[in-house]
Every structure is written in C-alpha cells, then in structure tokens.
Design a protein around this ligand. Structure first.
Ligand code: FES
Length: 175
C-alpha cells in the first residue's frame, strides 16, 4: 500500500511551509486518517518512506496523540473525555450510558461496524465539561439524555447514507 497521489500532492504542496520533514509528520498523519479513517502500520511505513523518517519516529508520534486512530474504527468514533473536569461533571455516567446503548465496552466497535466507543483524555473543553466528540464534531455540557439523542440521530443519519460527525471538516486545511 502506498500513499495516494492526493496525499502526496497535499504534502508536497505544503513542504515549503515546514522547516523539516519531521514537522510534516502531523499533517501527513491527518491526511492519511482523513482518507482511510485510521492509520495502519503500513500507512506509517509509507509516511516514513515519503518523509525520509524511520518508522519508529512515525510510530512514536502517531501513538502519542489519541486523535490518531491506530486500529480500524466504526463509521462513528464516539470519544468521551474522562479526564478530571469531565469526570467531576458526569463523564462516568456518559460512558455507562454509551456502553448500555451501544452494547459495547470502551475500545470496542459495534458488530455492525457503525460505532466505536472510545475514552479519551482532555478534549480541551474543560470549561464546558463533560465533553465528547462524534468523529470530528464537538458536543459540550452533555448529559445522558442528550447523549442518547446524539447516538439516535447519528444512527438515523448513517442509515440515510449521510456522513456523520464531520461538519467542521475543512478540505485543503493545510494549503
Ligand atoms: S477534562 Fe474533559 S475536556 Fe478537559
């Protein structure tokens, strides 16, 4: 598997804005994740080859940030923050609610491949805790009833063939 021409073109188009090949790692990882939904070890090898970096360096960065998914995800990645501010404001109830509603444990994907339930560290929304993300979309001050509605709405949208949780996606973000 090699990087797509689209990804290579994007990376080549922004090379001049970055001081080193290593500085291009984050954009390259984002581009791969945008295209495939996750970053496999083969993707990391391809990125390393393209940026002339060892696989260990690519892996080190990819595994540091929870925003990079290193395993295949469901269509919707429901990421609930359970760091201190969210925890004190009911994140544990949200996790329990999501587990019950989706019939999965944290880290698992529903058998139909629609939802992955993830527990993540601070989403930088501590002032409006508890916070969660549905793919790339933020939800703040969420309670259990709202979470159930968020999941129900996403289920309906998926059934209708709509893209879920990418309302803030900006194409050509790096250009
Ligand atoms: S602790 Fe949850 S957003 Fe910061």
């Amino acid at each position: 598997m090699a990087l797509s021409e689209k990804i290579k073109k994007t990376i080549d188009g922004i090379r001049h804005q970055f001081p080193t090949e290593q500085a291009l790692l984050i954009p390259a990882l984002h581009e791969v994740q945008n295209e495939f939904g996750w970053v496999s070890i083969d993707h990391m090898k391809d990125i390393g080859e393209f940026l002339h970096l060892p696989l260990s360096k690519v892996r080190e960065v990819a595994s540091f940030y929870t925003m990079f998914k290193l395993e295949k995800q469901g269509n919707v990645d429901l990421q609930i923050c359970t760091n201190i501010s969210c925890w004190l404001n009911g994140a544990d109830k949200l996790v329990a609610c999501a587990k019950k509603k989706l019939h999965v444990n944290v880290g698992e994907t529903t058998p139909d491949g629609k939802f992955t339930l993830s527990q993540v560290e601070c989403l930088a929304s501590c002032g409006t805790a508890p916070a969660l993300m549905l793919n790339e979309d933020y939800y703040e001050n969420v309670d259990e009833a709202q979470l159930e509605k968020i999941i129900d709405d996403a289920t309906k949208d998926l059934a209708a063939g709509k893209v879920v949780g990418k309302s803030t996606r900006q194409e050509g973000l790096w250009l």
